[in-house]
Design a binder for this molecule. Sequence first.
Ligand SMILES: [Ca+2]
Ligand SMILES: [Ca+2]
Length: 154
Amino acid sequence: MTTRELLAATLAAAVMLPSAGMAAPDQVRAVVIFMAADRNGDAVVDRAEADGFRAVIFDAIDTNKDSRVSPQEVGVLLVPGKENADAKEQEKIVKKREELLAKLGLAKPEGVPKDEYLDRSGALFAAADADKTGTVDPAEFAVIVEAYGALLPK
Ligand SMILES: [Ca+2]
Ligand SMILES: [Ca+2]
């Protein structure tokens, strides 16, 4: 799985926010993302791994490498453009992007800088680490993927 594919999967998971009766493919996706984040393979994600993972995701989103992720950069990942889209279709795509960006907290026109995206305070990690062990296990991670996927990515 390439970073780009992983990113698309993560974002997709993020926008599916807490849905009742998570389908099997989503659970598989959560596991795949977990395995990618768990660099040393000890079956838990520690803070350094979580930060590293977010940095990888950030770099993949930041296609123009200006150290900010703009609504445009995220938008095309969330809702790919269509070739030969008529005005009405184009409007739909734009609307859908705006909706999802707002949901993910990435709608700021000036973009989100890397330090903000990386969550230096570790608030997201702390929230994910429900049992306060300092590590995130697959069950805790699944909650993040389900609820905050983009914040992993943010
Ligand atoms: Ca680990
Ligand atoms: Ca950028």
